[in-house]
Design a protein around this ligand. Structure first.
Ligand code: A2P
Length: 350
């Protein structure tokens, strides 16, 4: 390796940040140096990178000189504060928070779906919401083939999507309940152990949650289709890793379940796992730790002219976050988009 390629992972001590380090290492991302950043609380602690341990540094506005790519998963306010400084320093940011997703200057990219959108980047690229990513990977080939007019989605989302503190909360509550103790509730409004919460993120004026509206708005942006109609219900379930989704689509032209299975079995990033006779369908326990988006339970919705139902499952920490971000970084390298002209970067910061 002759050319230097410095990669910063911001939020490296978190659930997604650790997975980003693992994914960079496992996929042999050609970084000459990987630098983990987190808050001042974690500065000096160690995080694993392959069989090495890297020392975590404090994330500050002036740390990006000499960094080529910064992958962020440090929460929305850290992205808002630091990503513009990274972009100004000449670094390309791939941001996993929701902060920049709907900003017109920021491409919102799923590499299997809309990689060409990367060409217009101005220093900050947004990683979509975890639930949106897996739905896009599965629906893109169908949208291209028979045009999806309407999507009705209900999600069953794992606690790891909320971060390390929620993983710990579910573990702790399960232990407390088996010991007949009152479970402590800190992360979610109610107990998550042995429960389901039909609320992810805050409620908006239209009585949908922010998570539900992310699925609506991000789908339109990623498909570059403002007319596609999407309605979502997002629920948190007591699962550690792996988001599941029940998805109903109405299409302009007809596609049979068999045609859909055949199409998706050729689609990048998708694994069809669908054989009702053998009780074969995807579950979070299959998807956890895997890169693919799994699709099963494909069947006709005979209440409308052209409709299909399906069940989509993926590891929310991998394809829903870390893997997608690393794939974006790989695509940037492949397309020689890591260095963009300085005049294109000015827009994020004065
Ligand atoms: P720290 O561990 O020092 O708090 P998760 O999504 O699992 O909760 O992880 C969030 C990640 O983002 C952690 O690595 C956390 O670091 C980091 N983080 C949170 N707030 C900041 C901040 N203001 N500046 C830098 N890193 C932050």
């Amino acid at each position: 390796m002759s050319k230097k390629l410095v990669v910063a992972v911001c939020g490296a001590t978190g659930a997604v940040g650790r997975e980003m380090l693992k994914t960079l290492h496992d996929r042999q991302f050609p970084a000459t140096e990987v630098i983990p950043f987190a808050s001042a609380r974690s500065a000096g602690t160690k995080v694993p990178y392959g069989d090495q341990e890297l020392t975590v540094r404090e994330l500050k506005e002036d740390v990006f000189a000499g960094v080529d790519i910064a992958i962020f998963s440090a929460g929305g306010s850290a992205s808002l504060q630091y990503a513009p400084h990274a972009a100004k320093a000449g670094c390309v940011v791939v941001d996993n928070s929701s902060t920049w997703r709907m900003d017109e200057r920021c491409p919102l990219v799923v590499p299997e779906v809309n990689p060409d959108a990367l060409a217009a980047h101005k220093g900050i690229i947004a990683n979509p919401n975890c639930s949106t990513i897996q739905m896009m990977v599965a629906l893109k080939p169908i949208h291209d083939a028979v045009k999806i007019k309407r999507i009705v989605v209900s999600t069953y989302q794992a606690v790891s999507g909320t971060g390390q503190k929620a993983i710990t909360e579910l573990e702790t509550q399960v232990r407390q309940m088996f010991n007949l103790q009152e479970p402590e509730v800190n992360v979610y409004p109610y107990r998550i152990a042995f429960n389901i919460l039909p609320q992810i993120d805050v409620f908006l004026d239209n009585d949908y949650t922010k998570e539900e509206m992310k699925m609506v708005n991000e789908t339109k942006k990623i498909f570059a289709d403002p007319d596609i109609r999407v309605t979502a219900t997002c629920a948190r379930v007591p699962v550690f890793y792996g988001h599941s989704e029940s998805v109903n689509i109405e299409t302009e032209m007809k596609m049979s379940p068999a045609e859909c299975r055949a199409l998706l079995s050729q689609a990048p990033g998708v694994q069809v796992y669908d054989n009702p006779k053998e009780k074969m369908y995807p579950m979070p326990i299959d998807a956890a730790g895997e890169d693919a988006t799994f699709v099963g339970r494909i069947r006709e919705d005979d209440t409308i002219e052209n409709g299909l139902n399906m069940w989509i499952v993926a590891d929310n920490i991998r394809k829903g976050a870390a893997l997608n971000a690393v794939q974006v970084a790989e695509e940037l390298l492949k397309r020689d988009l890591v260095r963009v002209l300085p005049q294109d970067r000015k827009t994020f910061i004065d």
